[in-house]
Design a protein around this ligand. Structure first.
Ligand code: ADP
Ligand code: MG
Length: 445
């Protein structure tokens, strides 16, 4: 895109990158008028330019009106966009191959830490079996864990390995949403046979985010038959979900038992060492060096961002974007400044008691009114105790405040609940996972 100098300064003066998080970029603009123009006229070009600079797919760009100090803005922002616009002409790197798999999602690019050792080993074993034409050791493989921990990556790595080794093996990747839409369209348009051929004629079916199958009865039924057809002929199915099969509410019993017949394994948050290794690997992938202070900077990012790998990458991209715009080796101080918002929140956003309650209610598929109500039924009492525990542990609420928030209960009830859950956590792995998943949900929404 070529812009006259006049146009450039009209629309891009006082404009800059305000925030980058994963595939979501926020651009600050000085007023609503500029916002409307950028949205209407330059949106596509801006996305392309950002993609080119950041080397990641950008899905979403939002424009936010923000007040900026005039001198600072001209100095800092005009060059930002000249960089964007200059680099825009270069070709955008191909990231998705013909079967819909992201080419970057390979085993080679997947850093294995303690949290994902087992899932990784299982995924590799499956890929090797398919490539060798041997029976799969685990069918289906069901991988679950919080957002941004690499489930999709690992699942696509299986697909990419199989495709790379043999073009005759058929691989299909679909989210549950795509599966559902395809199914509905097939019924509407009378193309049921094509649908069946598509999903049942493969050697490897990858179904992402199966938790969204909840409540979709007809889709569940169709998936059940698809699954059986594949399984019966020894074709592999790999699924991911944000929670284990038994925690997917509204999942038909027969599907749940099918999901559990192979191997169910989880991915957990990477530890500090693994987070640093992941950052190193991302820099290597991008062929990007952060200069002399690189190691210290990576260490800082990994300390500040603890929640998940997607955010880790987002933070790294933020620093890379900053360096692109302010050439020269970044110092640790620069990195700290760029990530200052993240450090303040300990890498997590702030959450209200109500959001915690909502998350627990969604997770256990219970109504908020019931959770806050009088009934002491076990199916309510336990999740209620989890809420109290999380309010104490995560939000540092006082016991009386917790009691109050939960429908006017006594503070001793809250104390007892926190003690009980803390005790149970010492040896209850399932509870640990439940709580981790709830936290992921709360902090990621
Ligand atoms: P999920 O599907 O669990 O929400 P993704 O697979 O989409 O998470 O991972 C989010 C991002 O983090 C992706 O860009 C992915 O490549 C990267 N990622 C996650 N885990 C790892 C890992 N162990 N090594 C390298 N990259 C990872
Ligand atoms: Mg995913």
């Amino acid at each position: 895109m070529l812009l006259s100098k006049g146009n450039f300064s009209t629309w891009f003066k006082h404009t800059g990158i305000s925030n980058i998080e994963g595939d979501h970029v926020v651009i600050s603009v000085p007023n609503t008028f500029t916002k409307a123009w950028l949205e209407k006229k330059y949106h596509a070009a801006i996305i392309k330019s950002l993609q080119r600079i950041l080397e990641v797919p950008i899905r979403d760009v939002a424009y936010r009106v923000e007040a900026v100090a005039p001198e600072a803005a001209v100095a800092a922002s005009a060059p930002q966009f000249s960089v964007l616009l200059k680099t825009q002409a270069a070709p955008v790197r191909e990231t998705v191959n013909e079967v819909g798999l992201r080419t970057a999602c390979t085993f080679q690019n997947f850093v294995v830490g303690k949290g994902c050792e087992m899932a990784n080993a299982a995924a590799q074993a499956i890929a090797n079996a398919i490539i060798a034409g041997k029976p799969s050791p685990y069918n289906p493989l069901f991988i679950y864990g919080g957002v941004g921990l690499g489930k999709t990556h690992l699942m696509q790595a299986v697909g990419n390995a199989v495709v790379a080794a043999s073009h005759s093996r058929k691989v299909l990747y679909a989210t549950v949403e795509t599966f559902t839409n395809d199914f509905i369209n097939a019924i509407r348009s009378g193309h049921g046979k094509e649908f069946k051929d598509k999903y049942r004629g493969v050697d490897l079916l990858l179904i992402d985010d199966v938790q969204f199958i909840t409540g979709k009865e007809e889709t569940q039924e169709e998936f059940f038959h698809t699954f059986n057809a594949l399984h019966q002929f020894g074709k592999q199915v790999v699924m991911t979900s944000d929670r284990p099969p038994r925690a997917i509410s509204g999942l038909a019993e027969r599907l749940r038992t099918r999901f559990e017949t192979g191997l169910v394994c989880d991915i957990q948050n990477p530890d500090l060492e693994t987070r640093i290794a992941i950052l190193r690997s991302k820099c290597a992938e991008k062929e990007y060096s952060l200069g002399e202070k690189g190691e210290e900077i990576l260490h800082h990012i990994a300390t500040v961002v603890q929640s998940n790998v997607r955010e880790l990458e987002g933070a790294l991209n933020k620093i890379i974007a900053h360096v692109e715009l302010h050439p020269g080796s970044p110092t640790l101080e620069t990195a700290k400044e760029v990530l200052v918002g993240l450090a303040a929140g300990g890498g997590r956003k702030s959450v209200t008691p109500r959001q915690l309650i909502d998350a627990v209610s969604t997770y256990f598929d219970l109504r908020v009114e019931d959770l806050l109500g009088k009934s002491r039924e076990k199916k309510l009492a336990f999740p209620r105790q989890i809420i109290m525990f999380l309010m104490r542990d995560e939000l540092r609420c006082s016991f009386p405040a917790i009691g109050e928030e939960l429908g006017g209960r006594d503070h001793t009830t809250a104390m007892h609940a926190c003690e009980k859950i803390r005790g149970a956590l010492l040896n209850d792995e399932k509870l640990k996972q439940d709580i981790e998943l709830i936290k992921d949900r709360v902090y990621s929404v």
